[in-house]
Design a binder for this molecule. Sequence first.
Ligand SMILES: [Zn+2]
Length: 235
Amino acid sequence: MLRPRALMPEVPCRVTWRRNARARRVSLKIDPLEGCVIVTLPMRASAKSGLNLLHENAQWVTQHLRRIQPAEALSPGASVPVGDVPHEIIHAPQQRGPAVIAAGQLVVGGALEFLPRRVLDALRAEAGRRFLASATPHAAALEVRPRAIRVKDTRTRWGSCAPDGTLAFSWRLVMAPDWVLDYVVAHEVAHLRELNHSPRFWALVERLTPHHDAANAWLKREGPRLLRVGKATDA
Ligand SMILES: [Zn+2]
């Protein structure tokens, strides 16, 4: 039976189609980062079965997509968090040198067309400073020394520790509260002593920070929002 087409959301709804050899059935999932719904089809399922499922669940899809705020464009007057504190983006065309982050403002020089890039550069640089400032005392406390600290834009991991002692962090942590950034750094520094998640490892983390559970909960809740910053389309 063909159902009358349920109305797909009044909110713009992007659908990503995936074929998966291991999928047993057609399924729907919301991707909070991309702001779309993912339809996964087993190899032999018809596209129509996916469409049907989408239509049957139109209300669920709409509700979930509505909860995801679109990323705000990085433009003058917009706000970006630094250490969880909103900072207003100010365009100061005559200002030379890198953007300045101070007193609730992020002041960016140069031509307007380069402003989003420069905002991201400033946040990335600030992130690097904060990772170092946080890692230094933790490393001293555990008598270890990172080989290097790298600033990345990872999508699936906030931090990592390579076997050679190189630590890497997502610059986006600079937007999180200080204690969240500090927890992620402490976690990776502790891996310089224990490259595993054994009880001994967790005992080290606990020596460095009390924020394990709260920081994980914060990142789970707010992480997708941080990952969307700077990814605004012209919607
Ligand atoms: Zn770990």
